[in-house]
Design a protein around this ligand. Structure first.
Ligand SMILES: *[C@@H]1O[C@H](CO)[C@@H](O)[C@H](O)[C@H]1NC(C)=O
Ligand SMILES: *[C@@H]1O[C@H](CO)[C@@H](O)[C@H](O)[C@H]1NC(C)=O
Length: 513
């Protein structure tokens, strides 16, 4: 009887293991909102309680979800920072992304509701998940709530984030996130080495600025709690885990620390609503196939020149396929195979059997969805990892890079024609899709699993890379090199001294002879 009671008690305790998780996703971009929403959805479905600090409120309704809106930080961004016309003509203003992110994170941490949360002694969290965007200031949230820190990285594994939990990638045989070519020639390897050093130098040079913000935010709170704030470096290099947004196809095969896992694709909601009727009719009727054209959420079509719009329309009107063009502005005089829409259920369109081609800005979410549904892509990259994403797709064989700042739009028709009529692109897209889907559990389940693993093991210390305990010069064996050099110098000195002594003796002997 008592055994049964214990058994029941154990069952109840294991089932009711709901954790309190704090999510910090301040970057005000649509794709980042989708990523944050993916965490919210998967953690709620697993029965946990979520507090979500983000620039876009989640579309999910749940009594276990508490939201803190930080969208006002959008005012920190220059207006139309992402401008198609300027990017194409290479006239982009240079904005320091790190400085911008420092102000966004600083701003968000100072919002009243966030301050209240941090100051409330009754608030308890089992883990804090912070989106990494070119800074580590918010790592202090884990210190405030005395719980493990998990990084969420919105891209594929890259040297900047991996150095936070392990080591830099070896530049001789890995690519940097913004790389534009994929080869290992000497000049390319020098370029990669130089880039890695430059990145680390830049990160090092802004540490003081970041540490000042970190102290200004967290010192008063820790002091009030009667605790001392550890140094910025102690806190930011102390994460328990990192969840990245790559997958078997989009990420390169690189050696990763045990506490890094790629869960790219977790944002895709298999249970999402089906295609709305108006889209369904258009897609079902596209017997010659449909092309979906969207440059993502950050690059508004209103920043595209009239001339470029007209050229796109002319190309599309010559096609037998149906074209769905996602645009924030109305476009007039379109031929009847072209449908301009200001919103589109992208995943459902790509998942429709008639979808034959995706023309995209090559953002990682779009590429991941193309992989998921097995649709070939033409990528028009503009910034950040988009160049690498489409280059990887081209190299893998299911995509083509059509950089608008290099290619003339006159050539687009030929490329579309190629992609539609050469079966290898579609075949390869189906192949990469089956590689993606060949897995033990879904990325969403993996997300939940690792968050729970970190919480249950109180920080997953057993997964931490020993690289965190070794200084950079020790990793490069520069200490050994120094010892060898000193030994060499010592030997040379001894040899020189002995020779001079021998010479003296020899000379003396000569004289006496
Ligand atoms: C580092 O993380 C572990 C596990 O979450 C935690 O116990 C420890 O207090 C943290 N140390 C610092 C300096 O933040
Ligand atoms: C469109 O379809 C017609 C009739 O099937 C065909 O003759 C023509 O070559 C097609 N055009 C293109 C651009 O594929």
């Amino acid at each position: 009887m008592s055994k049964l009671c214990v058994y029941i008690l154990v069952c109840v305790l294991t089932v009711s293991d709901a954790y309190n998780v704090l999510l910090f996703f301040p970057f005000p971009g649509k794709s980042h909102a989708i990523l944050g929403d993916g965490y919210v959805r998967n953690l709620l479905e697993a029965g946990h309680n979520v507090t979500y600090i983000a620039s876009a409120s989640s579309t999910i309704n749940s009594y276990r979800l508490r939201q803190i809106d930080s969208s006002a930080c959008i005012t920190l961004f220059p207006k139309d920072m992402f401008n198609i016309d300027q990017k194409v003509n290479k006239e982009s203003r240079s904005v320091s992304i790190t400085t911008l992110m420092h102000s966004v994170y600083n701003y968000t941490l100072h919002i009243d509701a966030v301050q209240q949360l941090m100051r409330d002694p009754n608030e308890k969290f089992d883990a804090v998940i912070v989106e990494w965007m070119y800074n580590e200031i918010a790592a202090g949230l884990a210190t405030v709530f005395d719980c493990p820190l998990i990084w969420s990285s919105s891209v594929i594994p890259h040297t900047m984030v991996l150095s936070l939990i392990g080591d830099n990638l070896n530049p001789a045989y890995t690519f940097h996130m913004q790389t534009k070519s994929r080869s290992f020639t000497l000049s390319k390897r020098i370029d990669q080495l130089f880039t890695t050093i430059k990145i680390q130098y830049e990160r090092w040079s802004i540490t003081r600025e970041a540490e000042a913000i970190f102290r200004s935010v967290f010192e008063p709170i820790l002091t009030k709690k009667g605790k001392q704030l550890p140094s910025y470096n102690e806190v930011r290099y102390n994460a328990s885990f990192m969840l990245g947004n790559g997958n078997l196809i989009t990420s390169d095969p690189v050696a990763l620390p045990s506490n890094y896992k790629d869960i790219g694709g977790y944002h895709i909601n298999e249970k999402a609503d089906p295609l709305p009727q108006n889209f369904k009719t258009v897609m079902d009727n596209a017997t010659e196939g449909a092309i979906y054209f969207s440059l993502g959420s950050l690059l508004p079509v209103r920043t595209m020149s009239e001339e470029m719009k007209a050229k796109f329309l002319k190309i599309f009107s010559n096609l037998n396929q149906t074209v769905i063009w996602k645009s924030d502005v109305a476009i007039h005089n379109v031929s009847k195979n072209v449908h301009v829409v200001n919103w589109a259920p992208q995943q459902r369109i790509l998942g429709h059997p008639n979808c034959r081609l995706f023309i995209t800005h090559a953002g990682l979410l779009s590429i991941t969805e193309a992989v998921y549904f097995g649709v070939p892509v033409i990528g028009m990259p503009f910034f950040a990892d988009q160049f690498n994403n489409i280059n990887k797709a081209e190299w893998t064989g299911f995509g083509k890079n059509f950089d608008l700042s290099k290619n003339s739009l006159d050539d687009l028709e030929g490329v579309i024609d190629d992609m539609l009529n050469k079966p290898r692109y579609r075949q390869r897209a189906k192949e990469v899709s089956s590689i993606y889907h060949h897995r033990l559990i879904t990325p969403g389940q993996e997300l939940v699993h690792w968050v729970e693993h970190v919480i249950q093991t109180r920080g997953a210390l057993h997964l931490r890379s020993y690289a965190m305990e070794v200084e950079w010069y020790q990793k490069l064996y520069l200490d050994l090199l120094a010892i060898l050099l000193m030994a060499l110098v010592a030997v040379l000195i001894i040899v020189k001294y002995t020779r001079s002594q021998v010479n003296i003796v020899v000379r003396k002997n000569k004289k006496t002879n």
